[in-house]
Each structure stands twice: as C-alpha cells, then as structure tokens.
Design a protein around this ligand. Sequence first.
Ligand code: SF4
Length: 443
Amino acid sequence: MNLKSSIPTIGLVSLGCPKALVDSERILTQLRAEGYRISPDYEGADAVIVNTCGFLDSAKAESLAAIGEAIAQNGKVIVTGCMGVEADRIRAAHPAVLAITGPHQYEAVVGAVHDAVPPQHDFKQDLIPPQGLRLTPKHYAYLKISEGCNNRCSFCIIPSLRGDLASRPVASVLYEAERLVKAGVQELLVISQDTSAYGMDIKYATSKFHGREVEARFLDLSRELGNLGAWVRLHYVYPYPHVDHVIPLMAEGKVLPYLDIPFQHASPNVLKAMRRPANQDKVLDRIHSWRKICPDLALRSTFIVGFPGETEADFQELLNWIKEARIERAGCFKYEPVEGAKANEIAGAVPEDVKEDRWHRFMEAQQAISAEIQQGKVGRTIEVLVDEIDEENDEAIARSIWDAPEIDGNVFLPGATDLKPGDKLKVKIVEAEEYDLIGERLP
Ligand code: SF4
C-alpha cells in the first residue's frame, strides 16, 4: 500500500533553542495523534512548518533563508516560533507563506495545518478518534475556549493556580467543535473561567477556519458555533455590555437562550468585598433589555451566602434582586474559606447558623421563582434532547433548551423508552414541577 498517497504528511524544520525544539515536539505530537505522517524533509510533504528563531539578527536571517528554501522546494509553508512576532517582515520577504504564528502557539499552528492539509481520520491507523477521548456521553461535549482568569475575586484562588486568561485560537476551537459535531455531538457546552472575556488576551487575533478569517471574539465565536448545527450553551458569562450582541443570536435560535452568569451576590457591599463589579442595578436593566429581545432567555447563576461582612440587609437585597431578575436556575453555596484566598482576611465572619438560615431562605425564594416559570411552560411545544432511557420507570429522561446537563432540571417523557440518548424531538409540556417538566410526544 502506498501510505504516502493516503496519509497527509507534514515536514518540519526546527531552528533555534531548546524551547523552540520543545514547541516543535508538541506540534509534532499533536499532529501525529491526529493521524498526520511526519516527514524529515520537504519531499513528499503536503506542507512544511518552519519553526523559526528570532533571537539575533543572524538567527533572523537564517530563519528567513529557511522559509525561502521551504517555499522554493515545497510551496506550502507555515511559519511559527520566535520570529513569528515579526509577521510583517516575513510577509515582505515571503508573501507566499500560508500562516504565521508566534512562539508557544501550538494550537494556532495545528489549526493552520488543518487549513492547509485537512486531517484524514483513518480508524485502521489511529487509536484516537477524531473528536478526541471524552468522558461525557456521546451526545454532548464541553468545549473549553480558554484557561485562567484576569479577575481577582477575593474568595477564589483559580488565577493563582491557573494564571491569567489564555484564550485558544478561535480556529482551533471551531475545528474541535466541528469534529465533535461530526462525531454525533448534539450539544456543545462552552466553558472557561470567564467566557465573555474570550480573546482579550490575544487581542482578538484572527485565525483561518476553512479559509475564512475569524476573530477570537465572544460574539464571532458564538455565531460560528451556532452555524455548526448543534445546540450551543454558554457557561460562565459575565454581564459585560458586549454580551448584549449575543442575545439576538439566541432570539434567532442559533445559540440556546440560556446564559450561565455567576453573579455570586447582589449587594454592592458584598460584591465590593468579593472584588466583583458592583453595579447590580445596571445589570438588572441589562437583563430586562435582554428579555425584551429574547423573552425565552433562561438565566442560571451561582450565589454565595454568608460571605464575611454580609448583613441581614445585604442578604435581603440579594433576595429582592433574584426575584426582580427572575433567576430561574440558581445554585447557592454557604461561604467557606478557601486556603490562600484574600477573603480570609475580611472581618465579620457570619456564624454557621445564620449562613444555614440564609441558605434555606434563599432556596425557598428561588424555588418559588423556578416553580412559577416552569408553570408558564405547560401547554408549550418545545424541543428536547434525550439523555437516557430509564427502563425501570418506563420513561425517557430528556432536557430542554433551558436545562444544562448535571446542574439543571429534566423533561421526563413517560412511556418513551423506544427513544435513545442523543435523540432530539418536539414534545408538548403537560405538567410542571419545581425544577422538572413532564412532556408528551407529539402524535
Ligand atoms: S471566581 Fe471566576 S472570575 Fe473570579 S477570579 Fe475566580 S475564576 Fe476568575
């Protein structure tokens, strides 16, 4: 069998220091895992990566010469590494270069390779399926768009553990999402520490998705994901003004009308102590304007009660606020100190019995909001996604567009055991409980 003709092959020229070499190894490992063949020379390669060095002028000259040689001998050249930060200079010398990325941008390089030479998955050759190895059921998948966080909430140590925001190139996220959808995923759950901040750290850099330049922005990412044909659910979004632009996509049905916004509290005093933006009146206006555009919008959130210094008046403000904002899905946590968090230094620890009391009052208020909203769904015909079949109870367990897996409610479909996980269908809601709905298949 002529392997070369069927397997996409990538050549690599690695210049520079050991750090660049490690970058090259990571790129090659990823490409190999995706089924690419690696060639030590230009001949027979479908494209060539040149990992450049830009430390000294002589190294830059050597890098430019290597790029020129690769273009002359192969034609399809992707440039990465330290000299990649001087993209204009490279393009001036070699306009035919396909893509240029800087050091440590493995995903961007792999994305450029996908664009130049699409991966060809072959089950006989690869042990890793094209969508990667996943721990979720086949029909939904988490899509991580960034690591780390630029916020410094006083109760949280994530930034010290994972560092500042580091966004993935948008093309890499989109190719991953596309692979997942091709593998049967019906719902993409977008996650990060701060989804609405996506792309800020990389200055909204564009990357090529199927030959088109796409900006690494929350709105553009949401729109592109919405075009893939699966449900798209946005988690860990902050109510920044630019989030407004995503709401029309929800009204159009491109993105699910669901926003998971971890508000944590509503009292300006507590929010200030938490070191979070403290203008909840403005946020309330924003929520009202979102609901005008997309009346079906469901808001999910998490809150902390008993934060150091929280008074009864602060807590009451929180209760009023969730009623006003109609937060239909909420998790509530009693404050617990986290080792290493700044909040531990704040005076005014709330006694455990007060925390407990506030937690119960919060849950009671929240249940009433949820129950009222759920009642309003009775009689409506909605689309659901089946998660599992419960033979014992003779029912299918599904979810609506307003329910994320694991954290929200379910739509139970009595007698519908002939369905299977991943099926999407329209059902009529015939009954509502506090968090769950009961549905019937349409005739
Ligand atoms: S709570 Fe969330 S937003 Fe705040 S610092 Fe931690 S990860 Fe960032």
